[in-house]
Structures are given as C-alpha cells and as structure tokens.
Design a binder for this molecule. Structure first.
Ligand code: FES
Ligand code: FES
Length: 156
C-alpha cells in the first residue's frame, strides 16, 4: 500500500491504495466519483478520460501512485454552478443515447477545444472527427457528438 495525495475537482484527497491501483479505480472506488466510466480497461474506448494537470488522460492507463501531487478533474468537476458549455451542447444537440461514452466525450471535447484555442487553430468538423479517434461510441453514429463539440467550441 502507498499513500497517494492529489487534488481532485479542487479538493485535496489522500488515500492508502495498492501500488497497482489505476487512476480510474482510485476515482471510482476510493472517491466514489463514478462519472468516470470504464468501458475496456485497455486504453481503447475513451470512456475513462479525465484531465490531469489540464490535459486529457485515459485514467485506465495511469497508476494512481504515479500521480502524487497532481491536479485531476473529472466530469463531476467541470460544471461551475451551471453546466459546462460542453455539457449544455451535448444536451442541446442530442450528443448521447445510452450515455456510457459521454463523460469521456465531454472531457475529450473540452481538452480539444482548449488546445486548439491556445494554439490559435480552428477546430472544424474534420479536426473534431480526427481528435475523437480515441473515443468510441456504440450508439450515436458520432454526428451529434461532432455538432455538440463544434457548438461548444464557439461558446467556450
Ligand atoms: S476504459 Fe480507459 S480507454 Fe476504455
Ligand atoms: S451514447 Fe451510448 S456509447 Fe455513446
């Protein structure tokens, strides 16, 4: 067991966990933040994406003990009173059906908008589809997810 301390959604947290604990397990089981979903556990589906120090990371690929002192944001932490513009856009554009992939899509969407804005680049439909390569949705056919991210990009 190792003690891990990090900041999650703005709050300091500290837990003793086995060294093999994945960040996704730490969030879901130690902290009960079950908005982060686990679809594959093999770094393919993107349902587990969170932000670590401001960057999108598949939380099933990171060991909790490697993130001592990190700042982690999960889908539970992006709303600030009102829904985040990305969450609103997914709602308005019907960017989800079963919702299993949605937390990862939201966190990936926010990350891509932030990166493109910081670089002064245009996030057009082709770029969004390219950026979504690591996020799998079995329900929607992606069209409304792409529309939602395009709309949120204009509002963020
Ligand atoms: S659960 Fe992490 S990529 Fe699928
Ligand atoms: S909405 Fe069901 S997997 Fe994407």
């Amino acid at each position: 067991m190792t003690n891990v301390s990090m900041t999650v959604n703005g709050k300091a947290v500290s837990h003793d966990v086995p060294d093999t604990t994945l960040l996704s397990e730490f969030l879901r089981e130690a902290l009960r933040l079950t908005g982060t979903h686990v679809g594959c556990d093999t770094s393919q589906c993107g349902a587990c994406v969170v932000h670590v120090d401001g960057k999108a990371v598949k939380s099933c690929t990171a060991l909790a003990v490697s993130l001592e002192g990190a700042s982690v944001t999960t889908v539970e932490g992006v709303a600030n009173g009102d829904l985040h513009p990305m969450q609103t856009a997914f709602n308005e554009h019907h960017g989800l059906q079963c919702g299993f992939c949605t937390p990862g899509m939201i966190m990936t969407g926010i990350d891509m908008v932030n990166r493109y804005k910081a670089a002064g680049k245009t996030l057009d439909e082709a770029a969004i589809r390219d950026e979504l390569e690591g996020n799998i949705c079995r329900c929607t056919g992606y069209h409304n997810i792409v529309k939602a991210i395009e709309d949120a990009a204009a509002k963020m």
